[in-house]
Design a protein around this ligand. Structure first.
Ligand code: SF4
Length: 202
């Protein structure tokens, strides 16, 4: 019989950072993609989580913006769905969470990635970094999240704050540098027409 080490369950992780146990954490999911090939290494199951406050002028998925709507799922429900496609992942694929903005639902994301790692699934976070803050308790949750994140795709919207405000409603206070933990990062940048990005050397 396989013994479960309760000191390493996701519940204990949440307890340790001050989150009360109110049953399984549920996430709001916008949509699921079973065969993603551009959202991280290899072939990946992509969960587009609901909610984003960035309001980019060029966003082609504004239906992901509203927070607290979408399909409610637990981490295990989402992972059970993802694992149906595991045979396609090979050695490099796995699970990517995108959006919307996944960090809007950091409690669910932490639960999901912790359970994914327990199942031996590669985890990838695709984020604009918009919700990032060093304020607590959010920052402690973020550090825990980075421990179970294999790679993060950080989407830099604009490197100039003034230009950023023109194109995006929420100014990023600080990009997530992930310096507390060792996580592979890829920087991504969208250069839409008339964004002014090229004029600033990006
Ligand atoms: S961060 Fe992404 S989902 Fe959010 S508004 Fe911008 S393009 Fe749309």
């Amino acid at each position: 019989m396989k013994l479960i080490d309760n000191t390493k369950t996701p519940l204990n992780v949440l307890d340790s950072i001050g989150v009360e146990d109110e049953g399984p954490v549920k996430g709001y999911v916008h949509s699921l993609e079973s065969f993603g090939s551009v959202d991280g290494p290899g072939i990946r199951f992509v969960a587009f989580l609901q909610g984003c406050r960035m309001r980019c002028q060029y966003c082609h998925n504004p239906d992901t913006w509203n927070i607290g709507v979408g399909t409610e799922m637990t981490a295990d429900e989402l992972l059970d769905n993802a694992e149906r496609y595991r045979a396609f992942w090979g050695e490099t694929g796995g699970l990517t969470c995108s959006g919307g903005e996944s960090l809007v639902q950091i409690d669910f994301l932490l639960d999901l990635f912790t359970k994914a790692k327990a199942r031996g699934i590669s985890t990838c976070l695709d984020t604009s970094g918009g919700p990032f803050t060093r304020d607590e308790p959010w920052f402690s949750k973020f550090k825990e999240l980075m421990k179970v994140t294999d790679i993060s795709l950080v989407d830099i919207k604009h490197i100039n704050s003034a230009e950023h405000k023109k194109t995006h409603r929420d100014r990023q206070r600080e990009h997530p540098r992930h310096d507390p933990v060792d996580v592979r990062q890829r920087l991504r940048h969208v250069d839409p027409p008339r964004s002014g990005a090229r004029a600033h050397g990006l």
